[in-house]
Design a protein around this ligand. Structure first.
Ligand code: GDP
Ligand code: MN
Length: 384
């Protein structure tokens, strides 16, 4: 969308061009990977860990926090710990953060969810999916295992990184005073969020929030209305001197006909962000208002449009970072950096000037290739 282009060109630049020797001497940021998962997703989780370890975390050793509304079994825990040398914690998500809150009538909510199932809204008929979206919208950052962290990097089962990440994105976010980072923005399925924008828009209006320039990214451009031709015979000075001539009536928050959601959102299965943003009073107010509308149940609001519209209301383009250099794929959607300097670099060039160090690298790469092939799907780039 044009909004993204505006951000990327004017307010935000790639942190690092090309490949660096990973500098692991600097102290790490106070951050962690956050993974919500179920036992049955172990294979997909391992795939994701292999990929992020291979392309980033083997150098940086950021800790992992695994969360689950059920209990992780020993197989899950032991297997996960086998694939990383970084610290790993496992936590449970209690009923205070999962499922229907007490002010929701479960009978009404279940009927609402069944209706969405009948209407074939994607995941609309799945109660657990609604819970998951609400958890990621208003609770994950309040989980006790995340209290000690200031930053998180969201990871999901079955994702893939294509390119080596040879710098610390947390430290770069801090250095550049960024709050929220994304790598893919897509359009939401309209039927999952019919009323989300009306509420987000009303939140903004009721709290007198003026856009810092990011909100516009989510607004469908309206066709420009032609100015009405002046009445023949009336001199222009008189038209202009009318003090009320250019005043538009205020729009009733209940009838947000002035603005329409363009369905754009940051795809939240990848996020690197400051937890402070979510822990702020402004975000909490936003979540409470959205939550009490019932939209997490009676519609199937995703955490992605929730995070995005909150960012739109509360942040400016300069607070957002587009990780355009991260090769990333989840299910059928991927981002492949066209400017990756080492894209599809063959292994051979290393061999020409083999030093002891490079021999070690080749060994290392061989080891990681057994887990994760960078050229799968025809894309991939490596720095080392
Ligand atoms: P999709 O990416 O939108 O297709 O949704 P996913 O099924 O991948 O779910 C998003 C994230 O939430 C993934 O990390 C899942 O593992 C996790 N998730 C979804 N539903 C549940 C659930 O009922 N329990 C737990 N513990 N995790 C879930
Ligand atoms: Mn997923």
């Amino acid at each position: 969308p044009p909004g993204i282009r505006k951000i990327s060109e004017k307010y935000d630049k790639v942190f690092v061009t090309g490949c660096l020797e990973p500098d692991t001497s600097k102290p790490r940021a106070n951050g962690a990977f956050v993974v919500l998962a179920r036992n049955k997703e172990l294979d997909g989780v391992i795939q994701s860990i292999k990929s992020i370890e291979r392309h980033f975390n083997r150098w940086y050793h950021y800790p992992y926090v695994f969360l689950n509304d059920g209990d992780f079994d020993d197989t899950f825990k032991d297997t996960v710990k086998n694939y990383t040398s970084a610290p790993v914690e496992f936590g449970k998500v209690g009923p205070d953060m999962w499922g229907f809150p007490d002010w929701v009538d479960p009978k009404v909510a279940k009927e609402g969810i069944a209706k969405q199932g009948d209407a074939a809204v994607m995941y609309g008929g799945m109660e657990s999916y609604h819970s998951m979206c609400r958890f990621y919208s208003g609770f994950f950052y309040k989980h006790e295992l995340l209290q000690k962290y200031e930053w998180y990097w969201r990871l999901e089962p079955e994702i893939k990184y294509f390119c080596d990440i040879t710098y610390d994105p947390f430290l770069k976010m801090i250095e550049n005073n960024k709050t929220y980072g994304f790598t893919i923005a897509v359009k939401e399925l309209r039927e999952t969020v019919p009323n989300i924008f009306r509420y987000a828009s009303a939140y903004k209006r009721l709290n007198n929030i003026t856009s810092q320039g990011l909100w516009e990214m989510f607004v469908e451009p309206q066709p420009e209305k032609k100015p009405e031709a002046p009445e023949p015979g009336l001199p222009e000075e008189i038209l202009r001197s009318d003090p009320g001539a250019n005043q538009l009536p205020d729009i009733d928050p209940e009838a947000m006909e002035g603005e329409k959601y363009n369905m754009c959102h940051f795809w939240s299965n990848f996020e690197i962000a400051r937890l402070d943003f979510f822990r702020s009073k402004a975000y909490e107010d936003f979540f409470q208002m959205m939550d009490h509308s019932g939209g997490f149940w009676m519609e199937r609001w995703g955490d992605a449009p929730i995070h995005s519209l909150a960012a739109g209301a509360l942040l400016g383009p300069r607070d957002i970072h587009y990780f355009r250099d991260f090769g990333y794929r989840h299910t059928t959607i991927q981002h492949c950096p066209a400017n990756a300097p080492a894209r599809q670099l063959p292994r051979e060039p290393y061999l020409e000037k083999t030093t002891l160090d490079e021999k070690k690298r080749i060994e290392e790469d061989k080891y990681w290739d057994e887990y994760d092939t960078p050229k799968e799907n025809g894309v991939g780039c490596r720095c080392r």
